[in-house]
Design a binder for this molecule. Structure first.
Ligand code: SF4
Ligand code: SF4
Ligand code: FES
Length: 265
């Protein structure tokens, strides 16, 4: 959640650093409503930055600020329109007369399990989440998803026992919880999908040979000396090492580039 700091005055806004909102020169402001109260904010800002501009401080409900962590789900309605809209506060740009509410956490049911014990069949998923079968295919979950995930698609795949399809369809899920907030069957779709991806990764997907080889190399001590050298460096030496490191040029075709230093490949 976030707390309002009502002492902020727009006259004293200066160009700020880091993630704080910056008021562009001559920016046009528009009215938005945060928890029912009106604020005038620059029209160029995302919802998250507009709320910070209005004096709110994100203590919860913000993480990556890049549309990846799922911490900032937002529900909004436009004045005069009955429809609810959904978005991520860090990605969605404000519009005039938005009525906003943050949902940083949704109390969805989350089953406990040991992935090493439940096996690779759909029966375990069905037993841990029997509410899966309460789905009535209304598709409200898919309409609410800010990542355009086919939520009904992966729920239907899981009902049919197709774990691979569910894992693939839900791959872009960022666990924001908006789908669950709309579900009349009270289904925690994203927790079920996460379990499906875990089962898929643990029991169904073929093992990655290159990963197995690299783990063996690490365990055999191949990188110990290099890590010891790095650990012994001063901050300045580390910075120099980082700045002068060999880097793959942008837009190189896969496999076309090799570093000169090949000892640790
Ligand atoms: S919102 Fe719930 S009931 Fe509706 S399609 Fe999605 S999972 Fe099924
Ligand atoms: S599937 Fe649900 S939890 Fe995942 S991103 Fe979409 S709305 Fe959010
Ligand atoms: S802050 Fe991470 S998705 Fe918005």
């Amino acid at each position: 959640m976030c707390d309002a700091d009502n002492t902020t005055t727009k006259k004293t806004i200066r160009v700020a650093t880091g993630d704080r909102a910056i008021l562009p020169e001559g920016a046009k402001t528009i009215p938005i409503y945060i928890m029912g109260k009106k604020y005038d904010v620059p029209e160029t800002l995302t919802i998250m930055k507009a709320m910070e501009f209005a004096g709110f401080k994100f203590l919860r409900g913000a993480g990556c600020r890049g549309g990846i962590c799922g911490a900032c789900p937002t529900v909004y309605r436009m004045a005069g329109d009955y429809k609810l809209h959904y978005g991520l506060a860090c990605q969605t740009v404000v519009e005039a007369n938005m009525y906003l509410a943050q949902i940083p956490f949704f109390p969805a049911n989350r089953a406990e399990y040991n992935i090493e014990e439940i096996g690779g069949g759909a029966e375990a998923i069905h037993a841990l989440y029997p509410e899966l079968f309460r789905c009535v295919a209304c598709n409200l979950c898919t309409k609410a998803c800010p990542m355009d995930v086919d939520v009904l698609g992966y729920i239907s795949a899981l009902k049919q026992g197709n774990i691979k399809k569910a894992a693939e369809l839900s791959f872009d899920c960022i666990q924001c919880g908006l789908c669950a907030s709309r579900c009349m069957g009270e289904i925690p779709q994203y927790h079920i999908a996460q379990l499906a991806r875990r089962v898929y990764g643990r029991y169904i997907q073929p093992r990655a040979e290159h990963l197995r080889k690299r783990v063996e190399e690490i365990e055999s001590g191949k990188y110990d000396a290099m890590l010891a050298d790095l650990s012994a460096m001063s901050k300045e030496e580390l910075e120099k090492c980082y700045v002068e490191r060999e880097r793959e040029p942008d837009m190189t075709s896969p496999g076309a580039w090799q570093p000169k230093e090949t000892r640790y490949l």
